[in-house]
Write a protein that binds this ligand. Structure first.
Ligand SMILES: [Zn+2]
Length: 233
């Protein structure tokens, strides 16, 4: 397992389930998520760069945090803390809020919080290149978890609509799962699909999934894994 170059200062590692990213600036380097099948993401990153390495999580789901224990501190949106704390009770947390800019030295990354998939799901936009590291809310050919207490379809739709309205110059989207890179064309498709699910227009497939009964809603570009709606129980 190793990082591969996307360009001269951006690297990706795909561990078979999830991908995570390494971004280097003039002064520091940033790991965006730390994998699921690997527990040595920091070590892998240090094969690429000797700059001071920080860790940012797009959200606290376990498929994004497997190597987090290699770090003393982790940056993420505070809405994720409660979920994260179950596995990492004593790690130092550095809050990242919507609009915050992480500066790696000559490379600025702006946080865009997109609640819905999880309460504090956060994408990072590289202000110079227009690359958006989106985490899980934006995918093509993926399975987006939308069931359980932490997830909310209405918030998800609002987040995607807000992303459309921000007017940020987003040239390419690098999601954690599914095909990549994507472009902003995917976002209206996701909004339309999620709205159809919310209106009950998609006939779901009921499935047992890790002890949960859920409805799989195929919106064409992705499958949304949803709570069973009260009227369908
Ligand atoms: Zn994920």
């Amino acid at each position: 397992m190793s990082f591969e170059a996307i360009n001269e200062n951006t690297y990706v590692c795909d561990d078979g389930h999830v991908r995570f990213f390494l971004l280097t600036g003039e002064k520091e380097a940033l790991l965006i998520d730390s994998g699921m099948q690997v527990t040595n993401a920091k070590e892998l990153a240090e094969e690429i760069t000797d700059k001071t390495l920080k860790l940012f999580n797009t959200h606290a789901d376990r498929d994004h945090t497997a190597s987090n224990c290699e770090f003393d501190r982790v940056m993420m949106n505070p809405a994720e803390f409660v979920n994260y704390r179950q596995d990492h009770p004593s790690q130092k947390m550095v809050p990242v809020y919507d609009g915050d800019v992480i500066d790696l030295g000559g490379r600025q990354l702006k946080a865009i919080v997109l609640p819905g998939h999880t309460p504090g799901s956060t994408a990072l936009l590289d202000l110079d290149s227009g690359m958006l590291f989106s985490g899980d809310p934006i995918q093509r050919g993926g399975r987006i978890y939308m069931f359980g207490a932490m997830r909310d379809m209405s918030a998800y739709i609002l987040s995607l609509k807000r992303l459309m309205s921000l007017g940020e110059d987003i040239k390419e989207i690098y999601p954690s799962h599914g095909e990549y890179p994507l472009t902003m064309d995917i976002v209206p498709e996701l909004i339309a699909g999620a709205e159809r699910v919310e209106r009950g227009e998609i006939t779901p497939t009921r499935t047992e999934f890790f002890g949960n009964t859920i409805d799989e809603c195929d919106i064409g570009i992705d499958v949304l894994l949803c709570d069973v709606r009260a009227e369908n129980k």
